[in-house]
Design a protein around this ligand. Structure first.
Ligand code: ADP
Ligand code: MG
Length: 398
């Protein structure tokens, strides 16, 4: 992979203006304008604090939600206020992205001061990667820092455009994500196991292709296991099975056998009478699913099998819940796997929006090696795709 600069490569920053792209796309209660989870803001603090410590003038920009244009519901003002609380220092806010008001706000910044710009998605040029917008943004600053790993898969102006106009570097979070995910992508300590679950095979074909080709063992759980078990000849009743992906599952199973790696499929399942949180349910084996039943979680024997399979692993990558973990009755498999991983001595990396939520629900985030803030960006990176945001940083460093 082409290399990029880190913060330390930017040279002395005293008094310099640093334009920093962060991913402050936090979940918000749109009625009360309160932030319901500030993980993404906290994740960017090391970079922001470091820049303040260097006496840079810090200009932050981010997207929030998917507004179709300027929309007060998606203003970053409450986020700027919350950031001020976390930093224990003032954070100025300007309700524009570029233009006269922004120029004035930037001119007022002293060394170590922090300014937050308005939602980049309020400007039509952002998602179009409009070079004119990138140029205007770049004109606000002396250097650019990208700490928005969660947006690195987007070819948008604030991510992929600005680095062409300014000396650019990856922030601390960006660097950590690329290092940790880069290890499981390219150079994992072996045995290397992956646990893949979640809703659908078709969402994750590229990821599965890659993992089947490079892991020493692969566990399949969650909704996608239904399709794999069907490929193995089981009748899963009315479980969600992707008919158009059964052939793909067969190919993947064959590839795994050809490489001599273990593919771990569920040996027991929690089946329910309906797709509902309170549905009657029980544990059974894949060969005994009733024709009116559907599988909504892996069973306890499967969790124990996973513990055994992973006992010698030195690296584990996990993406995708093992069941409908949002519902108490079908969360035991996912929580069980989370416990197995918390107790494991292997290097454990977790990626994917719902997977990260599951790990947080299990309360084990701090016991794992790396829990990616990247969501979709992490999955695209692990599929081996070049992320536009990372490419732009590499190009900018020559
Ligand atoms: P991630 O965001 O971590 O990549 P996915 O989006 O692929 O994960 O999958 C998460 C979703 O899969 C969850 O909403 C969960 O309820 C659902 N899911 C998991 N197992 C099943 C199942 N057996 N049947 C239906 N849905 C499932
Ligand atoms: Mg998801």
């Amino acid at each position: 992979m082409a290399s990029y600069r880190g913060l330390n490569d930017l040279g002395p920053l005293i008094g310099k203006r640093a334009l920093v792209r962060v991913d402050f796309n936090v979940p918000m209660d749109l009625q009360t304008h309160t932030i319901t989870d500030d993980t993404r803001i906290r994740a960017a603090l090391p970079t922001i604090r470091w820049l303040i410590g260097q006496s840079a003038r810090v200009i932050l920009m981010s997207h929030l939600g998917r507004p179709k244009g300027p929309d007060p519901k998606f203003s970053l003002k409450p986020v700027a206020e919350h950031l001020a609380t976390l930093l224990e220092r003032p954070v100025a806010f300007v309700g524009e992205l570029v233009g006269e008001a922004v120029n004035e706000a930037v001119a007022k910044l002293g060394p170590g001061d922090v300014l937050m710009l308005e939602n980049v998605r309020f400007h039509p040029g952002e998602t179009k990667n409009d070079p004119e917008l990138s140029r205007q943004l770049a004109s606000l600053a002396d250097v650019y820092v990208d700490d928005a790993f969660g947006s690195a898969h987007r070819a948008h102006a604030s991510v992929a455009g600005v680095p062409a106009f300014l000396p650019s570097a990856a922030g601390r979070l960006m660097e950590r994500e690329l290092t940790m995910l880069g290890e499981v992508l390219g150079n994992p300590d072996r045995p290397y196991w992956a646990i893949i679950g979640g809703a659908k095979v078709t969402d994750k074909v590229a990821l599965l292709d890659r993992l089947v080709a490079m892991t020493d063992g692969l566990v399949i759980g969650g909704g996608m296991a239904n399709t794999f078990l069907t490929a193995e000849g089981y009748d899963l009743g009315v479980s969600k099975v992707e008919a158009d992906a059964v052939a793909k599952a067969k190919t993947l199973l064959q590839q795994a056998r050809d490489r001599g790696i273990t593919i771990g499929l569920p040996v027991d399942l929690v089946v329910a009478e309906a797709f509902a949180p309170e549905a009657a349910h029980h544990v059974t084996t894949p060969d005994r699913v009733g024709n009116q039943e559907l599988a909504l979680d892996i069973g306890p024997l499967t969790v124990e099998a996973i513990r055994k399979w992973l006992s010698t692993a030195r690296t584990v990558f996990w993406n995708g819940p093992m069941g409908v973990f949002e519902w108490e009755a079908f969360s035991a498999g996912t929580m069980g796997v989370a416990r197995v991983l918390a107790e494991s001595t292997a290097k454990v990396v977790v990626g994917g929006g719902d997977s990260v939520a599951a790990v947080a629900k299990a309360g084990i985030t701090d016991r794992l090696t790396h829990v990616s803030t990247g969501g979709g960006a992490a999955l695209e990176f692990l599929e081996g795709k070049t992320l536009p945001g990372v490419l732009a940083l590499a190009k900018s460093s020559g």
